[in-house]
Design a binder for this molecule. Structure first.
Ligand code: FAD
Length: 499
């Protein structure tokens, strides 16, 4: 076999799992290459809030919040049962070790941030257990800064980073990039898309990839880690697998995550699971037709195609998304002048005037007029809003229990999240079923080894993040689970590679 370049470990993708795995491999002395299909590192991870749900670590201990692996186990077990207990235990065991490892590097530091767990279940921490990386001054990255994918609004507009410190997902990717670079063993190859896996004598020994200069074959003498996102941006695969929502409505960066790594592994016999699942969320349509991930509803109500409410709008976003998948659209958020703008948080932030000019939002002086403008029966919408306003007055949502859970009230500072919609003008905003990525993919064992159809590890092949089937199944337990699990299983894969 002839190779264009030789490494010990090749990592496909550059999200949080990929970068954590690459850093772990390189810091252990392995020559490591990160292959990234686009020109920018970080994928959806860079867009994220970078909440990280790794329980029972030094970060929660520093914050004095009384978290532990035991309470996290109780919580996960209550939500997921014991069907994926081996993965759960591996995850819990790895969390403190991973954080110790990461924070040993001078580039990486985290702090706990209040954000409630998503379910009322034993072991829940009402103020949450997830943490975030500290902001990162752009200057610390020097020339590397331009490699990190900017926040979603700037990225969609083709703009780079502002002069402000990198925050959230950008800080996480930037910090991991600094740490990887400092090992002296890491190579980052942007504009390099994995297209296939090379198998010799039953073992994965390298990858095929395409670059602007043509195809390359790269050796990975110790292992290949696939962490190249899910297939959220492939309309064809979503249709085939029945993932609700749409490729045009995913929050993942423009078209990159099309399931290439999953397909490459399937071609050599890897097994898959959970392929109809995603990390769902409501998305408000922006003027460019892309969605804005929307959460934390403090006011307004969401109606379905018949003008009726169908769920507690303040539910954690994945649960709200699942209610949307079971309901009949089109969906609209109806709100009024009371909050002086959107009564929720959207990523990216939306500019009301632009929304109105584009038609993504409409405005009217009466509910009947608003209903006519969005094609709903006026009596149905008016009745829904009147009933909702009655609940707001009583402070009790008799239909969907909005406001009864600490999560619902978190975004209104612990106060009520039920506010009457009665101050004209009224607004209706188009809402679509969006997602933060698919969560089905390659089946792996608790050490990140990709399994074949008979449950045996494919030698030399590992997967993490949305390229792999999540052990959380159709459940999104708390803020930071996607990134935490991606990092933990990438780290475990590298420990396995090093053994
Ligand atoms: P990605 O981060 O998308 O990385 C995949 C990378 O692989 C991309 O860069 C892509 O270009 C590259 N790639 C694709 N195909 C190939 C190929 N053939 N070859 C090489 N490279 C390839 N999750 C949390 O845990 N905490 C949060 O706070 C949080 N907040 C979020 C906020 C927003 C606004 C959004 C959009 C998401 C958020 N999420 C959060 C969800 C989370 O960001 C994603 O689910 C997770 O980051 C996915 O990680 P990944 O590594 O699987 O994929």
């Amino acid at each position: 076999m002839t190779w264009d370049d030789e490494y010990d470990v090749v990592v496909a993708g550059s999200g949080a799992g990929a970068m954590a795995g690459a850093f772990a491999a390189a810091s252990g002395g392995l020559r490591t290459a990160v292959l990234e299909k686009t020109d920018l590192l970080g994928g959806t991870s860079a867009y994220s809030g970078s909440a990280i749900w790794l329980p029972g670590t030094r970060v929660q201990a520093r914050a004095g919040i009384g978290d532990s692996a035991e309470s996290a186990r109780t919580y996960l077990r209550a939500l997921l049962g014991d069907g994926t207990a081996a993965h759960r235990e591996a995850f819990l065991e790895t969390a403190p070790e991973l954080v110790d490892f990461l924070e040993r590097d001078p580039a990486i530091e985290f702090e706990w941030r209040a954000f409630p767990d998503y379910f009322d279940a034993p072991g829940r921490l009402d103020m949450g257990r997830s943490f975030v990386p500290l902001d990162l001054p752009v200057e610390r990255l020097g020339d590397l800064a331009g490699l990190v994918r900017p926040p979603v609004d700037r990225d969609r507009a083709g703009r780079g980073h502002s002069a402000k410190p990198m925050a959230q997902g950008r800080a996480l990717i930037g910090r991991l990039l600094l740490a990887l670079t400092a090992t002296g063993n890491g190579t980052v190859r942007t504009g390099t898309a994995l297209t296939g896996l090379v198998v010799e004598d039953g073992r994965v020994t390298g990858v095929r990839a395409v670059t602007a200069d043509g195809p390359v074959r790269l050796r990975a003498s110790r292992g290949v880690l696939l962490a190249a996102g899910g297939f959220e941006s492939s309309a064809a695969l979503r249709g085939e697998r029945g993932v609700p929502g749409g490729a045009e409505w995913t929050m993942a960066p423009g078209g990159a995550n099309t399931g290439d790594a999953i397909a490459a592994a399937v071609r050599i016999g890897a097994a898959t699971g959970l392929l109809d699942q995603a990390w769902f969320c409501p998305g408000l349509l922006a003027p460019d037709g892309r969605p804005a991930f929307t959460l934390g509803f403090r006011g307004g109500l969401i109606v379905d195609g018949s003008g009726r409410r169908f769920a507690n709008e303040s539910l954690p976003y994945d649960q709200m998304g699942r209610r949307m998948a079971a309901a009949q659209g089109p969906f609209h958020l109806v709100f009024d002048a009371r909050s002086g703008g959107l009564p929720a948080i959207s990523v990216p932030p939306l500019v009301p005037d632009d929304q109105l000019a584009s038609g993504a939002w409409v405005r009217a002086d009466t509910l009947a007029e608003l209903a006519a403008r969005i094609g709903l029966p006026a009596d149905a919408l008016t009745a829904t809003v009147e009933r909702f306003n009655g609940f707001a007055e009583k402070g009790v949502d008799e239909d969907f229990h909005r406001g009864e859970d600490p999560y619902d009230r978190y975004f209104s500072g612990g106060g009520s999240c039920l506010a009457a919609v009665d101050r004209p003008p009224y607004y209706a905003a188009k809402v679509v079923l969006s997602d933060l990525g698919t969560k089905g993919g390659l089946r792996t064992d608790p050490d990140g080894r990709v399994l074949d159809g008979s449950g045996r590890p494919v030698p030399g092949l590992y997967a993490a993040g949305n390229t792999s089937a999540s052990f959380t199944g159709p459940v999104y337990p708390g803020p930071g689970i996607p990134i935490a699990t991606a990092m933990a299983f990438a780290y475990r894969a590298v420990q396995e590679i090093r053994r």
